[in-house]
Design a protein around this ligand. Structure first.
Ligand code: PAP
Length: 294
């Protein structure tokens, strides 16, 4: 990895990241850029936003989630920058870049280019990351990366697009400064109160649900079901161990696992958990953000 402006990036994406940062131009009133640290809820956020924005489309278009894996429907634009994307408005794009490293045109574009960030509690994020990288680099002798090493890297800030805390806090603070531009969601809140959070997300995307119990709630439920982990992980397109077209090393199935809150308890020792908790407290002190699990 290489460190630039305080953040770590995988060598293989450096060229694409540089092109995205220097060339990308948001279109007036049409870009929604989803942002996340890896393994904090990207796939869920993509599916939710896609389902919200396309819920009035004809059935076959609406359910493109059954035909394409979420990461192919909405590619991570900094990793695979192919120039100005041909997409209908509102364009839905995703990036793992931290706020301070986004293209200047995005940061200065006011609320026409909206950003939605999803954050997750750090312990489940580490464990999810550990599973993901070990799935990609599976070896016959067991995990290549031990949990000790994963926690060490995480706490030292040396993860792709890390340090984790600096990344999350940048979006959190920007969402407080400019709530009309940046919406900050938390994985745990989405799990705890999905209907309220999805309504919040839809309003932010300028596609609010009706307030009536019959239609409004039924629509919300439908979006939640379409985007649910249980449904997505059973779809043929997502079960495949075939790689993504733009990144053949990453199996499509690797984005879907347990999706639990607090699953870290099965993997982290009390010492590891304590170390992460102390760091979380220290790094989030005074920010008003807590990133708790439950
Ligand atoms: P990415 O950043 O590489 O795209 P991302 O989607 O952020 O990965 O994270 C994957 C996690 O989200 C996995 O969590 P786990 O390892 O703790 O299980 C995955 O199971 C979970 N996930 C994927 N899709 C959904 C979904 N539709 N709803 C809830 N959680 C999901």
């Amino acid at each position: 990895m290489q460190q630039i402006d305080g953040f770590w990036y995988l060598d293989s994406f450096m060229e694409s990241i540089a092109a995205f940062r220097s060339e990308f131009q948001p279109r007036t009133d049409d870009v929604v850029l989803l942002t996340s640290v890896p393994k904090t809820g990207t796939t869920w956020l993509i599916a939710l936003c896609h389902s919200i924005l396309h819920r009035d489309d004809k059935e076959e278009e609406e359910d493109s989630l059954t035909k394409m894996t979420p990461h192919e429907l909405v590619p991570t634009i900094d990793m695979f920058y192919l120039g100005d994307q041909v997409q209908d408005s509102p364009r839905l794009l995703h990036t793992h870049l931290p706020y301070s490293c986004l293209p200047e045109a995005v940061r200065s574009s006011g609320s026409s280019c909206k950003l939605v960030h999803v954050a997750r509690n750090p312990k489940d994020t580490v464990v999810s990351m550990w599973h993901f990288y070990n799935k990609i680099f599976e070896s016959e002798t067991g995990p290549d990366v031990t949990m000790e090493r994963a926690v060490e890297g995480f706490c030292g800030g040396v993860i792709p697009y890390g340090p984790f805390y600096k990344h999350v806090v940048e979006y959190w603070e920007e969402s407080r400064r400019r709530p009309e531009k940046v919406l900050f969601l938390e994985y745990e809140e989405l799990c705890r109160e999905p209907k309220e959070q999805v309504r919040r997300l839809a309003s932010f995307l300028r596609k609010p649900f009706g307030l009536d119990e019959d239609n409004g709630d039924a629509e919300v439920e439908k979006v939640l079901w379409r985007s649910s982990l249980n449904r997505l992980k059973e779809l043929e397109v997502n079960k495949s161990d075939e790689g993504l077209e733009l990144a053949p090393i990453i199996p499509k199935s690797s984005f879907f696992r347990k999706g639990t809150v607090g699953g870290w308890k099965n993997y982290l020792t009390p010492q590891m958990a304590h170390r992460i908790d102390l760091l979380t407290e220290q790094k989030l002190q005074g920010t008003g953000l807590s990133l708790d699990d439950f």
